[in-house]
Design a binder for this molecule. Structure first.
Ligand code: ZN
Length: 386
């Protein structure tokens, strides 16, 4: 559907009128703490969102139970073409902030900013998503494609339970709009690195460090050499980053260490890099053949690659933003989201469409209130245009 400038302006005015209620709803969500894995917190926050979604005409609201993570929420607006590929709005209801964070940093509004644990990543965006869905149904933007709003509850801990759900929905989607926080300046994310996590254990031979050191084989020395080797993988390409972030081993200073352990974080920009770096790490060979190495782990999230599909969606969003009088810029980032899983199954994904702000996972986390109307209008108009 083509949107005229006057339609866009009226959408923007609609979200301006709704701004106060969106902020009030965001506050209620922030004040219901829901760190990942907090079953009661998850159910409470999903309960608020489900109740809000129930007020939208003709939608189906489903609470999807998990083992110990609380609930995922799926809201479907079917419209006039029930068999067309749906447009998915994707996000999550869990946060990284433990219970008690709210007491230390209560909700506050100051100089066009709203602060609170999880407000930017991404409770205000959950509130906005329900408003966008509501506006889309009211304007019949779902007449060509059904709209599915999926909010998972374990994104911050790697989506052990949400992943399959995201992939299943994404596979059949016409497009996936991820309402994760944008980068600085409100930039959307057209690329996200994939992530991998590995643990390396070395088993050497203990010996007295003074009496007969030659009989020992140091697990610490072996892992130190491996650490140096692993960091050289950073030079393979710009897309690859490897970091040994945890290292421990040994017992006493006068014993040649028989045990050592390292944890490795790996990032990559495309599937070929992922395969190459994973193969290298899984097949590490000991420098000292008397030391045994065990490598566990692997790739967790595949990369969100900046494909033609992603770019096309971005260009479409950028054109709408221009008509709304703002410049929507793009960037590629190292951090992953559920958008990675959606992109990896072949969906057209645009990530970082949420409200501008700063401080995800940090104590100064906030959103910029002025950005709400134009974000809402942008997302709703993008849905209408797809
Ligand atoms: Zn997030």
């Amino acid at each position: 559907m083509e949107l005229s400038i006057s339609n866009l302006k009226s959408l923007s005015n609609h979200f301006s009128r709704r701004q106060e209620s969106i902020v009030a709803f965001a506050r209620a969500l922030v004040e219901t703490e829901s760190p990942s894995g907090d079953d009661a917190g998850s159910k409470a926050v999903v309960g608020l969102l489900a109740a809000a979604a129930q007020t939208i005409d003709g939608v189906e609201v489903e609470l999807l139970a998990t083992n110990n993570y609380g609930q995922h929420l799926r809201v479907t607006a079917v419209g006039d073409a029930p068999h067309a590929a749906p447009i998915m709005i994707l996000g999550h209801t869990d946060t990284v902030h433990p219970r008690g964070s709210l007491a230390q940093r209560p909700w506050r509004v100051e100089a066009n900013r709203a602060y609170g644990p999880g407000v930017f990543d991404m409770k205000a965006n959950c509130a906005l998503a329900v408003e966008v869905l509501s506006a889309c149904v009211a304007h019949r933007f779902h007449h060509q494609h059904p709209i599915v709003l999926l909010l998972t509850c374990d994104e911050e801990t790697g989506s052990a339970s949400g992943r399959a759900l995201v992939e299943t929905e994404a596979r059949q989607s016409h497009a996936v709009l991820v309402l994760e926080p944008p980068a600085s300046g409100g930039r959307v994310k057209t690329g996200r690195k994939g992530t991998g996590m590995f643990t390396i254990e070395a088993r050497g031979i203990a010996a007295h460090a003074g009496l007969d050191p030659e009989k020992g084989a140091s697990a610490i020395l072996e892992l130190a050499r491996q650490t140096e080797h692993l960091h050289t993988l950073n030079g393979w390409s710009d897309g690859i980053s490897v970091n040994v972030g945890v290292f421990n081993g040994g017992t006493l200073s006068n014993v040649v260490a028989s045990e050592a352990r390292a944890e490795v974080d790996v990032r990559f920009s495309n599937a070929a890099e992922a395969a190459r770096v994973e193969h290298e790490i899984m097949n590490l060979r000991a420098f000292d053949e008397r030391v045994g190495l065990t490598v566990k782990g692997g790739i967790n999230r595949p990369p969100l690659e900046r494909t033609e599909k992603v770019l096309k969606l971005y260009e479409q969003a950028r054109a709408i933003a221009r008509a709304l009088d703002f410049e929507l810029e793009e960037t590629q980032v190292g951090g992953a989201s559920d958008g990675n899983f959606a992109a990896a199954v072949g969906a057209a994904v645009l990530d970082g469409l949420g409200i501008a702000g700063d401080g995800a996972h940090a104590t100064h986390e906030h959103i910029i209130l002025d950005d709400i109307p134009r974000r809402g209008a942008l997302i709703a108009a993008l849905i209408a245009s797809l």
